[in-house]
Design a binder for this molecule. Structure first.
Ligand SMILES: Nc1nc2c(ncn2[C@@H]2O[C@H](COP(=O)(O)OP(=O)(O)OP(=O)(O)O)[C@@H](O)[C@H]2O)c(=O)[nH]1
Ligand SMILES: *[C@@H]1O[C@H](CO)[C@@H](O)[C@H](O)[C@H]1NC(C)=O
Ligand SMILES: *[C@@H]1O[C@H](CO)[C@@H](O)[C@H](O)[C@H]1NC(C)=O
Length: 477
């Protein structure tokens, strides 16, 4: 199993071989404020898109996903109760809990946590465009200690709020099938992994399948699901090609594709019609690869930005941030600039270059912090002096350098966060703290940075910068 970070850099790393492509952008993100559309027009677009999405959502889901008479007037009922899209409490076999008038969609995860968040965002967007109810499995550890228990999506994100905003129910697997069930369920699913790569002859595996006790019979998706031309080495599939397989006309035309019997029961099943399922949805785009980087990303605009934090998690992050900034009880949490410096396994991309020349130095980061401070001052009239660093760096000397810059951080060891709450919490709390910065400075090439940047931009209208690295002077600008 490849780690998320490797996957992300697969596309085109500017620093893997030499410095000769300094000018070629790694990913087409907006680099400067001036190249951005005017903020208020931008906000207006988002609001209008949101309003029209709500309208569509209301129409589609007024009597959501039930087959209904054409003359039924659409009525927006207000609260969407996801629980009404299953028969009742979780059952031993998942199928016993499905409603015969409802269609579902599901998929699984197998990378770093941020990638998995993006994968679920893609799944939920695919649910919207197919008019199906998404069923989300728990997060499973990868960078986090592998023995850590899986963690429910609804304990990280506020599902009722998400569901309400996007106008679709969102179910979790543990609401459908009993987590303790020993029943091994058969299911026929589409395998994309094999269709988008020439050298792969299997579906993308996921430990989720073992945990959920699912025995999958895979059917290869048609080759045209690939987003880019066949000769281009890129493993993305396109949203609408996958969506079309969720409708009877296209589905029935491709049922003859290569099928593999399920590993345990050795049954060959057609791709399920009621529960549309795909092996892996990280590599999906509407128009481009790695689309979460791009302003128009539909998965971000229609789903990702509506994935707000579960309120308990957000409260806990606020408490941690307040202690890091020494805020006296009773005083409001001051605005701060959050930084995400991704080190850890990114050192693998430094080749023979010493790390202190490869990773951006603290003064280089500080230059970006000043730019964000300046923009907050001139555009919002706020003076932000607090700076909170988040990073997977472990070197204590580096952290004392951070202190010398006058910045702070959450010390999870002193807080005993892992002992008290569990091993998932440092990364969750860091993600919340990043997202709640009045402004944000991140690391080029990191998906954790990408989602933090987008959250700060769309939730707080905050200025953001992404620091380039990989050779001395990489962030010169
Ligand atoms: N607590 C904490 N963990 C981090 C931080 N940065 C990275 N990590 C860990 O490293 C993992 C990176 O994996 P992902 O989140 O999927 O991202 P990736 O695609 O593998 O790598 P990136 O794209 O660089 O973020 C995170 O999930 C965390 O487990 C940080 O600032 N704080
Ligand atoms: C669907 O389920 C309902 C209640 O569970 C049942 O009354 C109905 O007969 C079922 N319809 C079909 C077509 O199976
Ligand atoms: C947030 O997570 C807690 C568990 O930590 C859970 O009890 C609660 O229901 C979740 N909140 C929402 C709105 O789902």
């Amino acid at each position: 199993m490849t780690k998320g970070s490797d996957e992300y850099f697969e596309a085109d790393s500017p620093r893997r071989d030499s410095n000769d492509d300094l000018e070629s952008p790694f990913i087409p993100v907006f680099r400067t404020k001036s190249s951005r559309p005017n903020r208020s027009i931008w906000t207006l677009c988002i609001v209008l898109a949101g309003v029209s999405l709500l309208g569509v959502g209301a129409l589609l889901f007024a009597k959501p996903l039930r087959y209904r008479n054409a003359q039924d007037a659409p009525v927006y009922t207000g609260i969407i109760d996801s629980q009404s899209y299953v028969q009742g409490p979780p059952t031993q076999s998942f199928r016993d809990n499905l409603r015969n008038d409802t269609k579902y969609i599901t998929s699984w995860v197998s990378a770093g946590w941020t990638n998995d968040v993006m994968t679920y965002g893609n799944l939920i967007y695919l649910a919207l465009i197919t008019g199906r109810v998404p069923i989300i499995a728990k997060f499973i550890p990868s960078h986090v200690d592998g023995r850590t228990a899986p963690f429910a999506f609804g304990e990280v994100f506020d599902i009722p709020r998400l569901s309400q905003t996007i106008g679709s129910p969102v179910l979790e697997w543990h609401e459908v099938k009993d987590s303790e069930s020993q029943v091994l369920d058969d299911l026929g699913c589409w395998n994309i992994w094999e269709s988008v790569q020439t050298d792969v002859h299997d579906a993308r595996g996921s430990h989720s399948l073992n945990l959920l006790k699912l025995d999958i019979s895979w059917t290869r998706t048609p080759d045209w699901v690939k987003l880019t031309a066949p000769e281009i080495k890129d493993n993305h599939a396109s949203f609408w090609s996958l969506a079309s397989l969720g409708f009877p006309e296209t589905r029935s035309r491709y049922l003859e594709s290569t099928n593999y019997p399920s590993p345990e029961h050795q049954v060959s099943l057609l791709p399920d019609d009621q529960v549309l399922c795909f092996d892996y949805l990280y590599y999906i785009g509407a128009q481009n690869s790695f689309e979460w980087e791009m302003d128009y990303s539909p998965a971000w605009r229609f789903v990702g930005q509506h994935m707000h934090w579960n309120a308990s998690l957000e409260r806990l992050a606020d408490e941690h941030a307040r202690r890091a900034m020494n805020v006296p009880a009773g005083e409001p949490t001051p605005p701060y600039i959050s930084i995400h410096m991704r080190h850890g396994d990114f050192r693998g991309l430094c080749n023979e270059l010493p790390l202190d020349q490869c990773f951006a130095s603290l003064p280089v980061i500080a230059r970006r912090v000043s730019e964000v401070q300046e923009e907050l001052r001139t555009q919002k009239g706020i003076e932000v002096t607090q700076v909170i660093m988040t990073s997977d760096e472990r070197d204590p000397e580096w952290w004392s350098g951070v202190r010398e810059m006058g910045w702070t951080w959450v010390d999870y060891a002193t807080e005993r966060t892992e002992e008290v709450y569990g091993k998932w919490y440092p990364v969750f709390l860091d993600a919340v703290i990043q997202s709640n910065g009045a402004g944000f400075v991140g690391t080029h090439g990191s998906t954790m940075t990408t989602v933090a940047r987008r959250r700060v931009e769309s939730w707080h209208g905050g200025p953001t910068r992404v620091v380039r690295w990989g050779w001395p002077g990489a962030d010169d600008h």
